[in-house]
Design a protein around this ligand. Structure first.
Ligand SMILES: *[C@@H]1O[C@H](CO)[C@@H](O)[C@H](O)[C@H]1NC(C)=O
Ligand SMILES: *[C@@H]1O[C@H](CO)[C@@H](O)[C@H](O)[C@H]1NC(C)=O
Length: 986
């Protein structure tokens, strides 16, 4: 959930936030005595205004860099020391005089350049394997330096280095001409870039796929809804660069290639990672790319890459960890809304979806289910145990699922309110001492939905048991009566940047006043606030509340207001030493919240971890820590089951443990469009289970948008419709066209589940992308470098969604050369097109254009209402022949649940010379037969069709479509479609 930056939207926010707890008495009676939510005020603080350094005069102009000394080259790399040239230049901190350089040839593809201060004073993220460990730290020891794909070169005075790819001499990273700055609160490293470069990544932000060369990317985990080009929930400081070269020429690439110029280029890509959890700006400029970090050291990794962008991505993901395999059901359709006030409403949605025959796999709960919005509790009235037990029983019988939300922050109980004594998660955390502290050792207390909150320190080893205990207790609260039975199927981790609604440890001296109502009348509220309280509310409490609000709150607001004065930190003149300051560093990164104060709407940089490490140095990895701890807790509780976690905040390697949704978007067309590049980028970052809130989270969805988005969402790895409290409902059955569009697209999605599952498996062993940019499959075509209005699902399906209103057509290209065939999904005809022609296609409201690539074989199953039921239906194969009559594909299957399946199945399909072969490896068998095979691109009617040499009588051939459909294969495959190898000839 968002919290807006400017005061105008903030006041709108107040309307719905504060309308949340106070219901009219006329509301449904089930909850009328239980609603006890009385949030603390949201403080008006925006922090101390900061002047964004990137927009201020540059302070590094007097810096001359470093001089290399004692350099030695070995088979493993280059080491040496660097010495500051001249006197300290005090750009945005205090210069270190002596640095250590350590360049290591990690693998044949990957080189690591580390630069740190000689005394190891700076925080070294790479020493903290307790927090982040990845294959990148464990390179194979058998690197043969003669096989290195790259070269490291340097100049000694001043020290500059450049990394080239040996095969083609391309310079991949090049600091020449840019002095290194290495100070306590500012590190600057710059690489020259080629003209009009194509880079991708540097997530998370909302931007088109290709980042362009006029952008400042800020890395500071931030709870903000859809801010264009600015910092958001996750941080992944990696980019892929794709370069095109004209064939047989070294002249400059012409990026405005027209279709006649196609095939005139070759291309190659490489990757660059700056491994840090510190705050940072990355400046993308026409001639260079510049890292400006406010702490830590330099840990730069360059991946030499490949002609295939996917291979470069594989090199990168291999180093951060391949993504986990998800359970089969997670591919089904998910429905969520913040504002399902009670479980009956969710049960009603379940009935309606069934009535309208729209599949639904998973019901989600936002914070509505919690008791007073507190973690690990369940509202005893509106989500009563009795009803929840019935609900779980019902959905289990229909193979459906439930996923509740958990927020990162834990409610800070009010010690003077006896009714808070029972809130175990707070007191247990205090006893185990697992919450973040202020520098003086007192508790850091911020403010989130339930009121004042504390924040688990996910780097503290003791937090593991604590968090697991919380999840276990939540399971009991939902009605489980056994430690081995967890009724929910996964956890949704929200607000885990983490978000906090006030600046700093705002609750430190006020926790006794919690909970209270804000000291002003809220929009729509009557004068007598007691009218807002439910029937039976104890008026004695009201008296307490009144005195509390008059005493401490006035004091509170006095403090808040005084710290709101727009006093900018005094900038010292250029060349003079700035003051070391953790909360307001001399270099102000361009974080987009409030007045750009680093503590705004988050947990302050000076909040302190159990070992004294400041949040300043681990800022961007909080959410990742929560993911890891939750993942372990879930595997402890259910050792055999793959955990399903959906997290808002992510860091490098999060895909190993978690899925991601693109956050609190808006119900509008631009957000639908940007979700395509969002999904592409997270696939490049090893988080393949990703998707947007379909139909949009904030604002009201309209019929046309929702119809289009439900259709496109069916081609997202993670497919969830979610919207916000106060917005109009957007369940897909509410509009006839949305219902129809959803049914059609879900029919395709569910029939493709075997294909999707195979893609997930491929992602988990080599980082293959599911939502794939066109240039990944067609890398030698410069005009595709920025293509992000169409996308590929795997390598076989091309989706061309409508991304604007009031239209019934869509434009798109069909990439490849004259030999590439694309077939229409629906009518199976070869699509007439010229290569790279921007073709206009019909796109009626309930229709999404999907094309199948010739040369591909797609495994399918007859779709049913749930993924489980679909898995029991017969298989089919869709064979899309290319012009040579060949096609390939594969299938992966296992039980869809187990962390380590005891049986798996791989099937390779190939079609060539009128023969389709299926070869199976592994023993997993669903005992589901193969019903039919459809072959596209068959140029003449077959004389006969044989299955393993036996005549098949049931087939049809269409001359006009050039399609051969072979039916009734069930009898030949009754032991299981892929229980043994087979061939079909025609
Ligand atoms: C350089 O880094 C490698 C890999 O981390 C390490 O083994 C080696 O000891 C380092 N060398 C120096 C001189 O610090
Ligand atoms: C490094 O530490 C040594 C010993 O503590 C000290 O003498 C020296 O001044 C320090 N150097 C720097 C650059 O801080």
């Amino acid at each position: 959930m968002l919290f807006s930056l400017d005061l105008v939207s903030k006041s709108i926010f107040f309307i719905f936030l504060w309308s949340l707890p106070f219901r009219s008495v006329a509301d449904d009676s089930a909850s009328s005595t239980s609603y006890r939510v009385e949030p603390t005020p949201i403080t008006p603080q925006e922090g101390i205004p900061q002047r964004i350094s990137v927009y201020q005069p540059y302070r590094g102009g007097n810096c001359h860099g470093y001089r290399a000394k004692d350099i030695s080259r070995t088979d493993q790399g280059v080491t040496g020391s660097l010495e500051l040239i001249g006197s300290p230049c005090y750009a945005y901190g205090t210069d270190y005089k002596d640095l250590l350089l350590n360049v290591t040839y990690d693998t044949e593809e990957r080189i690591h350049v580390s630069i740190r201060d000689a005394n190891h004073t700076q925080f070294e993220f790479s020493n903290r394997h307790d927090i982040w460990d990845a294959p990148i730290y464990h390179p194979s020891s058998s690197v043969n330096q003669f096989n290195l794909l790259y070269n490291f070169s340097f100049n000694a005075d001043p020290f500059e280095f450049w990394i080239t790819r040996k095969s083609d001499g391309e310079v991949l990273f090049d600091t020449r001409g840019h002095p290194l700055i290495f100070e306590d609160q500012y590190i600057e490293l710059t690489t020259n870039m080629v003209d009009d470069y194509n880079i991708y990544g540097l997530a998370e932000t909302i931007h088109g796929l290709r980042l362009g060369n006029n952008l400042t990317r800020t890395f500071w985990a931030n709870d903000e809804a859809s801010p264009l080009d600015q910092n958001m929930y996750g941080t992944h400081p990696f980019y892929l660069e794709q370069r095109y070269k004209p064939v047989d020429s070294n002249s400059n690439v012409n990026y405005n290639s027209s279709s006649e110029q196609q095939k005139k280029y070759t291309s190659a890509s490489h990757g660059v990672l700056m491994l840090t959890a510190n705050g940072m700006d990355v400046l993308l400029r026409p001639k260079y790319l510049q890292y400006r970090m406010i702490g830590g050291i330099i840990d730069l990794y360059v991946y030499a890459g490949s002609e295939k962008p996917q291979n470069t991505i594989t090199q990168f993901i291999e180093s951060i960890g391949f993504p986990q395999m998800h359970q089969y059901w997670t591919m089904g359709f998910h429905m969520c809304r913040w504002g399902y006030e009670n479980i009956s409403q969710i049960m009603q949605v379940r009935e309606n979806m069934r009535k309208f025959n729209i599949p639904i796999e998973t019901f989600w709960s936002d914070i509505d289910y919690m008791d007073s919005l507190r973690d690990f509790t369940v509202d005893p009235i509106s989500y009563s145990q009795e009803q929840m037990i019935e609900f779980f029983h019902d959905i289990e019988s229909t193979h459906q699922h439930y996923v509740p939300i958990v927020d990162a922050a834990v409610y800070a109980a009010n010690p003077s309110n006896r009714s808070d004594d029972s809130y175990g998660p707070y007191y247990e955390g205090i006893e185990k001492d697992v919450f973040l502290k202020n520098p003086d050792g007192s508790l850091y207390i911020g403010e989130v939905w339930p009121g004042f909150t504390v924040f688990p320190d996910f780097t503290n080893p003791k937090v593991q048991d604590y968090w697991k205990h919380g999840i276990q207790n939540m399971s009991y609260a939902f009605g489980s009566n056994s430690s081995s039975y967890i009724p929910f199927s996964g956890l949704w981790l929200d607000m885990n940047e983490p978000s906090s609604f006030c600046v700093g440890s705002c609750g430190s001296n006020l926790v006794n006043s919690n909970p209270v109502h804000p000291p002003f009348k809220l929009p729509g509220e009557p004068d007598d606030l007691t009218l807002n309280y439910p029937e039976g509310f104890n008026l004695t409490n009201k008296t307490e509340y009144a005195s509390a609000s008059s005493a401490s709150l006035s004091q509170y607001y006095a403090t808040a207001t005084s710290s709101m004065q727009p006093v900018y930190p005094t900038a010292v003149p250029i060349g003079q030493q700035p003051k070391h300051d953790i909360n307001h560093p001399p270099y102000a990164i361009n974080t987009e919240q409030g007045n750009h104060d680093l503590a705004n709407h988050g947990v302050s940089p000076n909040a302190t971890h159990h070992d004294g490490t400041l949040r300043y140095d681990l800022f961007n990895i909080y959410g990742y820590g929560e993911i890891k701890v939750t993942h372990k807790a879930l595997t402890d509780l259910q050792p055999k089951v793959r955990p399903f976690i959906l997290s808002r905040s992510t860091f490098l390697g999060s895909g190993v443990y978690s899925a991601h949704w693109l956050g609190d978007n808006h119900s509008n067309w631009p957000n639908m469009f940007f979700s395509i590049s969002g999904m592409m980028v997270f696939n490049m970052l090893g988080v393949p289970m990703v998707g947007a809130d379909v139909c949009g989270f904030q604002d009201n969805a309209d019929e046309e948008l929702c119809a289009r988005w439900m259709a496109m969402g069916a081609f997202s790895p993670f497919y969830r419709n979610h919207n916000q409290l106060g917005s109009i409902h957007q369940e897909p059955y509410l509009w006839a066209s949305v219902a129809e569009s959803s049914r059609r697209a879900m029919n395709i999605r569910y029939s493709l589940l075997p294909y999707w599952y195979t893609l997930f498996r491929q992602a988990s062993y080599d980082g293959s992308t599911l939502i794939r940019p066109l240039f990944f499959e067609f890398p030698d075509e410069p005009s595709l470098a920025g293509a992000d209005r169409q996308f590929l699902v795997g390598d076989s399906l091309l989706v061309s969604p409508v991304l604007e209103p009031n239209t019934t057509t869509v434009n798109g290209v069909f990439p490849g050369d004259e030999n590439t065939v694309w077939y229409d999904w629906y009518n199976h005809t070869a699509i007439e097109h010229k290569p790279y022609e921007n073709k206009t296609m019909d796109a009626p409201l309930e229709h999404i254009n999907v094309a199948i690539r010739g040369n591909k074989i797609i495994p399918m199953q007859q779709p049913a209402y749930t993924t489980e039921e679909t898995r029991k239906n017969p298989f089919s194969l869709l064979v899309a022949l290319d012009k040579q009559g060949t096609a390939y594909g594969n299938l992966y299957a296992d039980d869809g649940v187990s962390l380590t399946p005891n049986a798996t199945l791989w099937v390779d399909f190939s079609a060539k010379s009128n023969k389709l072969s299926s070869s199976s490896f592994g023993t997993y068998n669903d005992h589901v037969p193969l019903a039919n095979v459809t072959i596209l691109g068959v140029s003449s009617s077959p004389k006969q069709v044989l299955f393993n040499g036996n005549i098949v009588n049931s087939y049809t051939y269409s001359d006009s479509i050039q399609e051969l459909i072979i039916n009734n294969l069930n009898n030949f495959t009754s032991a299981g479609a892929f229980a043994s190898n087979w061939t079909i000839t025609w």
